[in-house]
Design a protein around this ligand. Structure first.
Ligand code: NAD
Ligand code: IPM
Ligand code: MN
Length: 355
């Protein structure tokens, strides 16, 4: 099995290093790693944030382990050269339309959350975010208007796009608590009206799953007021981006949430996918050993589960992470003093006593 490792920018390489240490500690047979440049570093070295060699490497692999992209030095580049285009390009070129972002509290660690313990205790949700459409991939541009230059971005979803992500979400709900909340803005947006109509149609095929709908503004509020009401949240690219960062803060930190981006391609042992923490390159803390590697390490666990058929090892990593946090090894994001490396080492220590 081949894994393409794309560490990227800022804290991306720092947290990816810890995931690779964990992978190494598992001593899995027949695994080959390839490393490629992506994001700002790739732009600086090769003139493009997603060089064709990197894209080819990702395509040839069974899974992609991704760090983060984003570099303040690249913020004024034209859009096609910005580091962020690399992750958007990978998601679309590789057909990764389903982004799974689980957010669950750690039992006994309700103090990590800024919410009241009784609210934090109930958090166990999965954001299913559509990843290949929406305002992210619509036409965009700049034009003259009566009010001067006008930037514009077209938002759209077609039926086929909504259908396939709705199936992903209903299937996920079936394996969980069988509750699906579709989040949209159907009171204002045509995009959301089609979205909601399609989700309602697909629901007929999943009579065992309870479906409800929520406007995104209310969903943001409910996520803080009573996060335990959510099981699976199905939503579009933009709303899913925002709500998943918010869900991470409800659990405790953005440094804790992992993600899997999946499409239809199957590997010998599972589904081809790209795995990354939900956070970005965090330039404000890069190079200081302050990044929490847990989100990256949990992304590796998702990779092992979904792409390599290694459920046992995935579960072991997740338990090792929980034990590490319970053992009071926490980074600055959670009010602790442990460095990136110390957290990675502690996870490996816990892994060895489990495996
Ligand atoms: P960010 O997620 O990088 O950081 C937001 C805040 O959370 C910062 O204060 C940061 O220090 C903190 N944080 C993030 N990850 C952390 C971790 N693992 N441990 C401890 N603290 C952590 O978001 P931002 O600041 O809005 O964006 C920075 C850059 O990253 C931008 O260029 C943005 O476009 C990019 N970005 C990339 C991705 C990605 O690669 N998928 C995701 C989000 C943002
Ligand atoms: C994420 C990021 C990306 C997104 C950016 C960097 C394009 O915020 O992975 O959550 O908006 O999807
Ligand atoms: Mn985001």
């Amino acid at each position: 099995m081949k894994i393409a490792v794309l560490p990227g920018d800022g804290i991306g390489p720092e947290v990816t290093r810890e995931s690779l240490k964990v992978l190494d500690a598992l001593s899995l047979p027949q695994l080959t790693l390839f490393e490629g440049d992506v994001g700002g570093i790739a732009y600086k070295r090769h003139g493009h944030p997603l060089p064709s060699e990197t894209l080819d490497m990702a395509r040839a692999a069974d899974a992609v382990l991704f760090g983060a992209v984003g570099d303040p030095e690249c913020d004024s580049l034209p859009r096609q050269h910005r580091p962020e285009q690399a992750i958007l390009g990978l998601r679309s070129e590789l057909g990764l339309f389903a982004n799974l972002r689980p957010a669950a509290g750690f039992p006994g660690l309700e103090d990590l959350s800024p919410l009241k313990p009784e609210l934090a205790r109930g958090i166990d949700l999965l954001v299913v975010r559509e990843l290949n459409g929406d305002v992210y991939f619509g036409e965009k541009g700049e034009r003259e208007s009566a009010g001067g230059r006008e930037g514009w971005d077209a938002m759209s979803y077609n039926e086929a796009e909504v259908e396939r992500i709705a199936h992903t979400a209903f299937r996920a709900a079936r394996k969980r608590r069988k509750k699906l909340t579709s989040v949209d803005k159907a009171n204002v947006l045509e995009t959301s009206r089609v979205w909601r109509e399609v989700v309602v149609q697909i629901a007929d095929q999943y009579p065992d799953v309870e479906l409800d709908h929520m406007y995104v503004d209310n969903a943001a509020m409910q996520l803080v007021r009573s996060p335990g009401q959510f099981d699976v949240i199905l939503t579009g690219n933009l709303f899913g981006d925002i709500l998943s960062d918010q869900a991470s803060a409800c659990v405790g930190s953005i440094g804790l949430l992992a993600s899997a981006s999946l499409g239809e391609r199957q590997t010998d042992l599972g589904t081809f996918g790209l795995y990354e923490p939900i956070h970005g390159s965090a330039p404000d803390i890069a190079g200081q050993g302050k990044a929490n590697p847990v989100a990256a390490i949990l992304s590796l666990a998702m990779l092992l589960r979904h792409s390599l058929g290694r459920e046992t090892e995935a579960g072991q990593i997740e338990r090792a992470v929980a034990n590490t946090l319970t053992g009071d090894i926490r980074g600055a994001d959670l009010g602790g003093t442990a460095t990136t490396q110390e957290i990675g080492d502690a996870v490996i220590g816990n892994l060895k006593s489990i495996a």
